[in-house]
Design a protein around this ligand. Sequence first.
Ligand SMILES: [Fe+2]
Ligand SMILES: [Fe+2]
Length: 151
Amino acid sequence: MTNENSIDELKAMVGRLIKIEEEVVDLTEKTINQAESVTVKYLLKAIQHDSRKHADFGRAALEILEFKKIVGPQERKEVWELLKKHDDMEKRHREFVAEIRSLTKTPALKYIFEQIWADEKKHHAILETLMTKRFEKDPVAQWGALLNYYD
Ligand SMILES: [Fe+2]
Ligand SMILES: [Fe+2]
């Protein structure tokens, strides 16, 4: 993916991805409204948040494809403080979720806590990356933490 054509193609495809995720959000909304079981409603809502997240990841990818800066030099110090605070919270919360997860053997509950824990792990990796990497035209070698196949 180095020439202009393939970048344009990738941008178009990411645009499609965002659209599809948005459609899924709407479809899920309809299903949530019609579902009778409260548990089903909340599990669908959780999936819906993921679809929103995927659309946001898509938007982040588009920004990178446009070579715009995500964390600009001027706002960096302030943003850094907030990211640090968030990362500390996430770290404590991840340990807390791990503890909750260990307290039940009920498969449905284990499944739910496992989903949260797996997401918290990802949040940590993303925040660490946000705090230590730059996003515009980063050399691929610096992204080892998120792209674990470069480890
Ligand atoms: Fe998705
Ligand atoms: Fe989190």
